[in-house]
Structures are given as C-alpha cells and as structure tokens.
Design a protein around this ligand. Structure first.
Ligand SMILES: NC(=O)c1ccc[n+]([C@@H]2O[C@H](COP(=O)([O-])OP(=O)(O)OC[C@H]3O[C@@H](n4cnc5c(N)ncnc54)[C@H](OP(=O)(O)O)[C@@H]3O)[C@@H](O)[C@H]2O)c1
Length: 306
C-alpha cells in the first residue's frame, strides 16, 4: 500500500495539490480511506475510483502532454487507486498507457482494463495481441467486448485467454441507455462474465431500473463510464458555489458530488472518470473517501444538477 511519504515524492504532485487549493481540506490525501469493493467472481477488492482514457490519452507518446498524464497516473497510484480503462479504438491510448506504466515504474501496481472491438475470431486475436504489445504487459487484468461487437465470438476467445492465464477477467461494455437491455440479455445468456461496463450518472439513471439490480443479484462487477456525461454534467453548476450540505457527505467539489451519487449505488464496483488534468485526478480520488449520500442527499444532488 502506498504511504503518504511516497505520495509526496514529486514536485509535480505537490504542484497538483497546490492547484487544488481550497478544494482539499488538507494534505490528508494518502491512500488510506479509499473505499474498496469486491469483484464478486473472485472476492478480489478494487478501489472504487479508476481512470478512463477515451480522448484524454490519445496523445503523442513522445509529446509534451505526457508530462501531465504521467502526473495523473502517479496521483492515481499514490492516492491508492489502480484501475485504468482503455481500448484499442482510443487512438494512441493503449500505447500511452503502456508507456506511462513504464515511466511511472508501475508494473504490477495497476489493474489494466482494455477492450476488443473486432468482428471474427482472427481479427479479435490480432487486436488482442496488439493490446498486449501496446500495454507492455504479459497479462491483462480485464478485457471487455466493446459495445457488444461480435459478442459471442469474442467472449469465447476471451474465455480461452482466461483459461490460459493471460487475461484475469472478462466483460462486456456499452455507453448508451438504449443498449442496456442488450447488455442485460447478454448477461442472462452468457455465463461467467466477470464485469459489465455501462453509463450511469445523475443525468443518465436508466441503469437503476434493471442493470444494477441484476448485477447485484447475480454477482457481476460493474464499471461505470460517462460519470460526468463526458464533462457536460458541469455546465449547469460551473458558476455556482458548492452547497453547504455537500460537507455532510465529505464532498468538497461538484465532481465529488457526481461521483458520490454513483458510488452510493452498492452494485457499483468502480467508476472511471477520464481526465488529463492532475488536479482533477486528485479531486476525483477524494470522492472515494468519506461518507456517501443517502436517498435524501442523492435527491439533493439530482436537483442541483437539473
Ligand atoms: N463503450 C465504452 O466502453 C465506453 C464509452 C464511453 C466511455 N468509456 C470509458 O469511460 C471513461 C469515462 O467516460 P468519458 O471519457 O466519456 O467521460 P467522463 O469521464 O464523463 O468525462 C470526462 C471529462 O470530464 C472532465 N473532468 C474529469 N474530472 C473532472 C473534475 N474533477 N472536474 C471537472 N472536470 C473533470 C475531463 O476534463 P479534462 O479532459 O480537461 O481533464 C473530461 O473532459 C472513458 O474515458 C472510457 O474509458 C467506455
């Protein structure tokens, strides 16, 4: 487990904290206290805050943007989190993830999640081998069938890779509410799916109806994408001060309110906001600590954003 002194290892980390300023109640930002939840199929626990990479990690692996992204990764690890979600279809994101892992000396310290988005077994095999190379990893923690593309074929391939020990967990994803019933149908038909990833937020609550209860009842881990509606969730609150009641649930920013709203659902395993901004990474990690909203406080959050 990372210790406070390890967290304060870099001047860039200190700069990120300083930039957070009043958002941070103190420098009490060590890994201790980050909530963890179990992956039902194994019992292994994961810190509830992860990191998405869509768009944000699609940069030149030799370019200047790598500086901030390295700091984002260091903050993630030093804050006690582990999970990064990427995909072959996110431009350079897998390569950038692999390169940052090397630069941060993070081998064995991350939970790497990627996806397969191919049609046909041969194409799936080629794409997955490219993911191993890009991520510079002998094993990948989780590979998910991206947006249910050629689900049956790719799940069979993933099961074989899991049996070989090259992939630890398998899953399926989507990102629009109109696909939730399709996700549910796959979970009901295909057995032994460890993870399902989908959209859920203050602005997109359909998952509360059937998907989240199904996952809770059937022991399936969940990754939550689009927690900030790709950043659009902040439009209504940008100029407004944080309400006083936010302190009741240990939230010191609007982003933390949005993430705590999601984490209040016990069937949520990990939420994966994307960012390329170190102070946002530090901010998001704080949402994984302290109290979570009850039903009344969740309603206040909904009202604040609607
Ligand atoms: N089909 C799929 O499987 C699928 C689909 C969609 C998403 N996903 C996964 O889910 C991840 C998250 O979804 P998303 O990328 O669509 O959107 P998101 O996480 O809802 O929003 C990302 C945006 O929020 C901003 N942000 C992050 N933290 C913030 C904070 N503390 N304060 C203010 N702004 C903040 C980021 O700004 P900056 O960029 O300026 O830092 C970025 O523009 C993706 O990256 C991907 O890994 C998967």
């Amino acid at each position: 487990m990372y210790k406070r002194r390890q967290f304060l290892h870099g001047s860039a980390s200190l700069a990120a904290l300083a930039a957070l300023g009043p958002l941070l109640p103190s420098l009490s930002f060590a890994a201790d206290g980050l909530i963890k939840r179990a992956i039902p199929s194994s019992g292994e626990t994961l810190p509830v805050i992860g990191l998405g990479t869509s768009g944000t990690f699609n940069v030149d692996p030799n370019g200047a943007e790598m500086g901030d992204l390295l700091e984002v990764l260091r903050l993630l690890m030093d804050g006690g989190a582990t999970l990064i979600d990427t995909a072959p279809s996110y431009g350079n994101a897998e390569r950038v993830t692999g390169e940052l892992k090397k630069r941060a000396d993070a081998e064995g310290k991350l939970f790497l999640a990627t996806k397969v988005s191919s049609t046909g077994r041969a194409a799936g095999e080629r794409q997955i081998e490219a993911s191993f190379a890009a991520l510079q990893s002998k094993t990948i923690d989780l590979i998910q069938v991206h947006n249910l593309q050629d689900t049956g074929t790719q799940l069979q391939l993933l099961r074989e890779l899991k049996e070989q020990g090259r992939v630890r967990y398998i899953g399926v994803t989507h990102y629009v509410e109109s696909a939730h019933d399709d996700l549910l149908a796959v979970l009901q038909k295909e057995k032994a799916i460890d993870f399902v990833q989908f959209n859920y937020s203050v602005g997109e609550r359909n998952a509360e109806r059937r998907l989240l209860p199904y996952c809770a009842d059937n022991g399936i881990a969940t990754l939550i994408n689009r927690p900030f509606l790709r950043g659009q969730a902040f439009a209504r609150v940008r100029q407004q001060p944080l309400p006083e009641w936010a302190a009741e649930i240990d939230a010191s920013s609007w982003a933390q309110l949005l993430l705590k709203f999601i984490l209040a659902e016990p069937a949520v395993t990990v939420v994966i906001p994307a960012t390329s901004t170190p102070r946002y990474m530090a901010d998001n990690l704080l949402a994984g600590k302290g109290r979570l909203p009850d039903a009344r406080q969740r309603e206040l959050i909904v009202q604040a954003f609607s």
